[in-house]
Write a protein that binds this ligand. Structure first.
Ligand code: NAD
Length: 359
């Protein structure tokens, strides 16, 4: 497929290739849709095996940001950037400053933030070149606590639908991945009296988390076979797939991981056929984006953002209600909600502003 055909298939507005050989920068900025506002999304640094893989990732991730913002009711569009390179060895001040200059040329059409492979410190270098960067030091900072709070409330909404009560006390939750989001999530769950199992590909991370916060560490490969109420993917994408779905022994899949389904359509259908309720990723993990959006709005108040993330409970209930009413999957209901908001906003009449006539 040509690049334009790929852009057309996802309905992208713009794809920008950025190159600064002196800093070793090869980056792609994907702007999916700015109907609702500036395209916001993190910059990911990854060792892509090909340019094609980097393009595909930027297109897929930026589109998900449009849907995430639309369902969360934020005035933001969807964008994402990728830098091709090894984040462990190829980072430098000049690399991020060069990237910041490209962001600045877009005049606010794209606003960047941290993502896989980039940190708050990298955002500081970007900030030296552009105002269009969020999640910087002294402002909204680490989004993980907000994401975790939203996921926790999202789990409660799932429990309400699956079990008739949103209390998680005495339930069993398997948490896959013992990273930043998982740490805060496990804290909420333990506090509510949940029996929590935690795994990580680095077992010492799971052990440390359980030692410090609570929970029972388990082997990474064992997670799919543990009988539980909720399976919570909080590691990388693609973990829920044709091989793992038949092994799951849960009633609900709900976690922070982006793109946890390897095949968005087929795996959602497989979960449904197994009677497992799935919380669409970009609905339940929108807490971090809400945090960044609040920073952009000004007068940043972390308490108010925390309260806002709890509304993911209501949003998910709405997703499940629409799915039920229309006889569609929750993933399809979430996409419909996003597309309906985009279409409604786009259909508003344009008004000619006054004060334009010169005498
Ligand atoms: P993180 O890098 O801190 O944690 C991920 C953890 O998963 C790491 O400890 C890693 O070792 C582990 N892991 C990788 N593969 C695994 C496997 N097969 N089994 C078990 N563990 C495995 O990342 P994070 O910030 O906690 O984010 C977790 C997920 O949530 C990611 O998919 C991220 O894209 C998504 N997400 C995060 C935020 C946020 O605010 N941080 C917001 C939205 C979505």
């Amino acid at each position: 497929m040509s690049i334009f055909e790929q852009m057309a298939s996802y309905e992208h507005e713009q794809l920008i290739f950025c190159m600064e050989p002196r800093a070793g920068l090869r980056a792609i900025i994907a702007i999916h849709d700015t109907t609702l506002g500036p395209a916001l999304g993190g910059v990911r640094m990854w060792m892509y095996s090909s340019e094609q893989e980097a393009i595909e990732d930027s297109l897929r991730l930026s589109r998900a940001m449009t849907y995430k913002a639309a369902v969360a009711g934020l005035n933001l569009g969807g964008g994402k950037a990728v830098i091709i390179g090894d984040p462990r060895t190829q980072k430098s001040e000049m690399l991020f400053r060069a990237f910041g200059r490209f962001v600045e040329t877009l005049g606010g059409r794209y606003i960047t933030a941290e993502d896989v492979g980039t940190t708050v410190a990298d955002m500081e270098w970007i900030r030296m070149e552009t105002r269009y960067v969020t999640g910087v030091l002294g402002k909204s900072g680490d989004p993980s606590p907000f994401t975790a709070h939203g996921v926790y409330w999202g789990m409660k909404a799932c429990a309400k639908v699956a079990f008739g009560s949103d209390s998680l006390a005495n339930r069993t939750v398997v948490v896959q991945g013992a990273g930043n989001v998982a740490r805060h999530l496990v804290e909420y769950l333990v506090r509510e009296g949940v029996r929590v199992y935690v795994s990580d590909v680095f077992p010492e991370k799971a052990q440390r988390l359980c030692h410090e916060v609570g929970g029972i560490p388990v082997e990474a490969d064992a997670v799919y076979d543990i009988p539980c109420d909720i399976f919570s993917p909080n590691a990388l994408g693609g973990m829920i797939n044709e091989e793992t779905i038949p092994r799951l022994q849960c009633a609900i899949v709900a976690g922070a991981a982006n793109n946890p389904l390897r095949d968005e359509h087929a795996d959602a259908r497989r979960l449904h056929e197994r009677g497992i309720l799935y919380a669409p990723d970009y609905v339940i993990n929108a807490g971090g984006l809400m945090n960044v959006a609040a920073e952009l709005e000004g007068n940043y108040d972390p308490k108010a953002v925390m309260a806002r993330t709890a509304h993911i409970y209501d949003t998910l209930l709405r997703v499940f209600r629409i799915a039920n009413e229309r006889g569609i999957l929750p993933t399809e209901a979430a996409a419909a909600m996003a597309e309906e908001r985009l279409a409604a906003f786009a259909s508003l009449r344009r008004l000619f502003p006054g004060g334009q006539v010169k005498r």
